[in-house]
Design a binder for this molecule. Structure first.
Ligand code: ZN
Ligand code: CU
Length: 487
C-alpha cells in the first residue's frame, strides 16, 4: 500500500534537540508511519534543501475566540504553528453562560452557546479549524462569572463555586489553570484564593500558568507568589511572557531566572515562555489608572485597535498628542473614555532587547506569541511573526540558540509541558503535525507598520497528516483537533 504522503530528502530536525539527519518520511492518515527510507506515496514531495520539523506549539495564545471567528487561523498556520495553547492570562472562553457579556473589551471573544470545555470544543470542531488547540481555564473568566467585576475578595461560598469551575474544566481535559493577576477582576483576589483554585489541578497534575501580579518594580515578589501558589498546590508552574518591564527594571530578568533555577534545583518544576519582541500588547484600560496616568509609560504606547478613532491605529501616543495639540494625559484620557474605549488595544514598548536574549538562553524557556487576534487595525506583529522571528533573528542572525535547540523548545519541550501526547517529534507513530522550511531564508515579515504580513520561507505546514498550507496558499482542509491534557 502506498503511503498517503511521502516527503523525500528532507533535512530532519526531529524536535528532540538531536543533530539533523537526512531522511524520507511516510505519512498515512494522521500519523507519521516511517522515518528513514520510504516506499511510494500517493502524493510525493521533494524537500531537498529544506528542514522538516514538527509543527510549532504556540504556548501562549489568546485565540479561544479566534477559533470560532477565524477558523482558518491563517496568522498562526503560516508561521508553522500546528497547536495553540489558549486560555492564557486568566482569560478563557470557559466557563460560559450563553448570552452573558463578561468583560468590556473581552479579548476572549463573544459569549455564545457553549457552557464548558466539552461544548466549547464541539463548537470549535464544527468550524473545522486549521490547527489544533489545547486550553487552560482562566481565573479572570471564572471570577467574572462568579463574583462579577466587584473590587473585593471572594467569599468562602464564591471560592467553592469557583473551584467547581476549575475542577469541571480539568475533568474535561483542560491543561491547567491560568491567572492574569494584573488584570481586572483577578487582581482583587488574594494569594489564598488562587491557591484554593489551583489545588483543583492537583489530581490531574495540571499546570499553574500565570501572568504574574507584577512584571515591573515588584517582579521578584510576584515570582515568589507564583512559586508559593504552585508549591502549595503541588503542581508545575509556568510563568507566562517572562519579562522585566519598564526601563528602570531592565536586566532584572536575570534575578528572577536565578530564583527559578534555585526553585527547580530544590525540586520544583518551573518553565517559562517569552515572545521575541520588545513591546507588549493588551487591553489599554487594564494598564491605566486615569487618576494617575504614567507619562513615561504612555510615551511608549502605540494604538493597535481603536474602534472610535481608527485613524489613531498604528500611531504612537506622543504623535497623536502633537497632531491634536493634546497633552499626553489628554490623549490617553480621550482614547480610553471614548464610547468603545474599553475595546482599545495598545502596544507598549516596555522590554529590553538584551533581556529577550537572556530569556531565550534559559534552558526552561519556551516560545509563546501572546498574539491578540483582533485583525482590525494594527495588531502587534507577534500575531503573525513570532515563530519565524525566533528562527531568523535569534537563531540565524544572532546565534542565541542553535536551530535544533530552538526547534526542541518550540516542539517537544512545549508538548511535554502542556501535556500534548504523541506530538512534538518527527517519529514513527506520532501525529503528523509537520513543517517544511528553508533555514537560510525563513523570516518574519510582520512589522509594527505592516503587522498583518505572513512570513517567508515556510513552504508547507501539515496538520494531523493533511496539507494545510503550501507555498503561501491556505488549503482550507480544516484538519485541526481539540486536544485534552495528557490524553
Ligand atoms: Zn499576559
Ligand atoms: Cu497573554
Amino acid at each position: 500500500m502506498p503511503a498517503d504522503l511521502v516527503i523525500r530528502n528532507a533535512r530532519v530536525i526531529d524536535g528532540s534537540g538531536s543533530p539533523p539527519f537526512t531522511a524520507d518520511i511516510e505519512v498515512t492518515g494522521d500519523r507519521i508511519v516511517s522515518v528513514g527510507s520510504a516506499g511510494s506515496g500517493k502524493h510525493e514531495i521533494d524537500a531537498k534543501g529544506q528542514v522538516l520539523c514538527p509543527g510549532f506549539i504556540d504556548t501562549h495564545s489568546h485565540d479561544d475566540g479566534a477559533f470560532l471567528r477565524h477558523p482558518d487561523m491563517g496568522f498562526k498556520l503560516a508561521q508553522g504553528v500546528t497547536t495553540d495553547i489558549s486560555g492564557n492570562c486568566g482569560f478563557s472562553t470557559i466557563p460560559n453562560e450563553p448570552g452573558r457579556e463578561y468583560m468590556p473589551g473581552d479579548i476572549s471573544g463573544p459569549g455564545a452557546e457553549w457552557t464548558d470545555l466539552d461544548s466549547y470544543f464541539q463548537a470549535c470542531m464544527a468550524k473545522k479549524p486549521a490547527i489544533n488547540q489545547a486550553m487552560l481555564v482562566g481565573h479572570n473568566r471564572i471570577r467574572a462569572q462568579v463574583v462579577g467585576l466587584e473590587r473585593r475578595h471572594a467569599t468562602a461560598d464564591e471560592v467553592i463555586e469557583m473551584r467547581g469551575h476549575v475542577a469541571r474544566a480539568m475533568e474535561q481535559g483542560a491543561v491547567g489553570f491560568s491567572t492574569g493577576l494584573i488584570y481586572e477582576p483577578g487582581r482583587y483576589s488574594d494569594t489564598n484564593e488562587v491557591v484554593a483554585l489551583a489545588r483543583e489541578c492537583t489530581p490531574f497534575t495540571g499546570i499553574y500558568a500565570t501572568h504574574m501580579r507584577n512584571e515591573g518594580d515588584k517582579l521578584l515578589e510576584a515570582v515568589d507568589e507564583a512559586m508559593h501558589i504552585a508549591r502549595e498546590a503541588g503542581i508545575p508552574l509556568h510563568i507566562s511572557h517572562h519579562k522585566s518591564a519598564g526601563k528602570r527594571n531592565w536586566g532584572r530578568v536575570k534575578e528572577s531566572l536565578a530564583k527559578v533555577d534555585a526553585a527547580n534545583a530544590s525540586g520544583m518544576d518551573i518553565t517559562l515562555d517569552v515572545y521575541p519582541y520588545t513591546a507588549g500588547s493588551g487591553p489599554m484600560w487594564q494598564y491605566v489608572n486615569l487618576d494617575a496616568i504614567d507619562i513615561e509609560w504612555a510615551n511608549g504606547v502605540m494604538i493597535a485597535n481603536c474602534p472610535d478613532y481608527p485613524e489613531f491605529e498604528g500611531k504612537m501616543v506622543p504623535d497623536i498628542a502633537t497632531e491634536h495639540e493634546w497633552t499626553i494625559e489628554e490623549t490617553v484620557r480621550n482614547v480610553l473614555t471614548s464610547e468603545r474605549g474599553r475595546q482599545v488595544i495598545c502596544i507598549h514598548f516596555i522590554i529590553d532587547e538584551a533581556d529577550i536574549e537572556t530569556n531565550l538562553r534559559h534552558p526552561k524557556m519556551l516560545v509563546g506569541s501572546d498574539g491578540i487576534p483582533v485583525l482590525k487595525g494594527n495588531p502587534h506583529p507577534r500575531l503573525y511573526g513570532t515563530m519565524p522571528r525566533v528562527l531568523s533573528r535569534y537563531v540565524r542572525e544572532r546565534q542565541v540558540l542553535t536551530l535544533e535547540d530552538a526547534i526542541r523548545r518550540m516542539t517537544s519541550a512545549s508538548c511535554e509541558r502542556f501535556g500534548l501526547v504523541e506530538r512534538g517529534l518527527v517519529k514513527e507513530g506520532y501525529f503528523a503535525d509537520l513543517v517544511l522550511f528553508y533555514p537560510a531564508t525563513v523570516e518574519d515579515l510582520a512589522t509594527y507598520e505592516h503587522p498583518k504580513t505572513e512570513p517567508q520561507g515556510i513552504s508547507m505546514v501539515i496538520v494531523n497528516g493533511a496539507v494545510a498550507y503550501e507555498d503561501g496558499r491556505h488549503t482550507g482542509v480544516g484538519s485541526g483537533q481539540m486536544l485534552r491534557y495528557k490524553r
